[in-house]
Design a protein around this ligand. Structure first.
Ligand SMILES: CC(C)(COP(=O)(O)OP(=O)(O)OC[C@H]1O[C@@H](n2cnc3c(N)ncnc32)[C@H](O)[C@@H]1OP(=O)(O)O)[C@@H](O)C(=O)NCCC(=O)NCCS
Length: 300
């Protein structure tokens, strides 16, 4: 049978997720980091497929999925959430062919900015992205630690956290914060997170002024976090760590951009350790995140 590239369907997504997990772990084990990924239900993939099917592609041969690409668009930002090829099939042009199809999604959507998060230690992905006009922008570190260690002597802040509701006023606030922090509205993605029983969102206030938001997951993962001004990010992160540490999770984790000095110093002071070095790559002019902590390399 011959290799075909086609739009992904809902019933491909669980198999695509298995391929992604195998491909990530092949890469991270090969580079001495040990396995990084475990399979989870492809809920966000399914959400994106329903929202905008043009961003999801598979490479298929004789009924077997050999590669998967998935991009989403919010406003004028296009984001490559995943690009993965079966380890036994890498280096024969499949990744490039899938990337061309998702780049077409960016063109059709008239996205002004393009971005993705990849592994700092993957030379192949970085070379491929540079070929397509996406350049290394800044490191993003995946930090984690035991909950008890993070909880010890967490600094107090003057921020007040209030559970997010789905009111019109709250959604308008989230849109405003994202427009300032990352240059686009992510309204649909907030609606996705707010419907996710494993995520808890909160707005952050100084007095009566709402200055940011954050989310924590049931497994102790922090993010996304966004604030109106860069100097507030460290305290927003401290507040999110406190909320995460108050829950009965084993570990606490977060993705921290290399530009967010205060949050990085706080993570290290609380005993958090860098377990995976990642990299933001973007089209020229995008990606100076000093007011934003991403959730993960797929959600941004
Ligand atoms: C990254 C990945 C998707 C690429 O797919 P692939 O099918 O192996 O890649 P292709 O064969 O289409 O393209 C490889 C290209 O990478 C580039 N490349 C490879 N090694 C490179 C290096 N050391 N330096 C610079 N560029 C390099 C070249 O442009 C090469 O194309 P060429 O051989 O025609 O010159 C795939 O290798 C993979 O799944 N890797 C593991 C997971 C991963 O890191 N995914 C990206 C997550 S964002």
């Amino acid at each position: 049978m011959s290799l075909v590239y086609r739009s992904a369907r809902a019933d491909d997504l669980a198999r695509a997720e298995a391929l992604v997990v195998a491909s990530i772990n092949d890469l991270t084990v090969r580079h001495g980091f040990g396995p990084m990924a475990t399979a989870s239900p492809p809920n966000f993939q399914l959400f994106s497929l329903k929202d905008d099917p043009e961003g999801l592609w598979v490479a298929e041969d004789d009924g077997n999925i050999l590669g998967f690409a998935w991009s989403w668009v919010c406003g004028d930002v296009w984001f490559l959430a995943q690009l993965f090829v079966d380890p036994a099939q890498q280096g024969r042009g499949i990744g490039n062919a899938l990337l061309e199809r998702t780049m077409e999604h960016a063109r059709k959507s008239r996205a002004a900015h393009k971005a993705l998060i990849t592994f700092t230690f993957n030379r192949v992905s970085q070379g491929l992205y540079i070929r397509h006009g996406l350049f290394p922008k800044m490191p993003i570190y995946f930090f984690n630690a035991a909950r008890e260690r993070v909880a010890k002597e967490l600094p107090e802040t003057s921020l007040r956290a209030v559970m997010i509701d789905k009111s019109v006023a709250t959604i308008a606030k989230l849109i405003e914060i994202d427009s300032i922090a990352i240059g686009t509205s992510r309204e649909k993605h907030h609606r996705y997170l707010l419907d996710d029983p494993a995520s808890t969102g909160f707005l952050l206030y100084i007095g009566s002024d709402c200055i940011g938001y954050g989310y924590i997951a049931a497994n102790g993962h922090v993010g996304p976090v966004a604030v109106m001004r860069a100097e507030m990010l460290r305290d927003a992160f401290a507040t999110a760590l406190k909320l995460a540490a108050d829950r009965p999770t084993e570990k606490i984790s977060a993705f921290l951009p290399g530009t967010c000095d205060g949050a990085l110093s706080l993570a290290v002071n609380q005993g958090m350790r860098i377990s995976f070095p990642m990299l933001l790559m973007a089209s020229p002019g995008y990606g100076d995140w000093t007011q934003y902590l991403p959730r993960n390399p797929g959600f941004m």
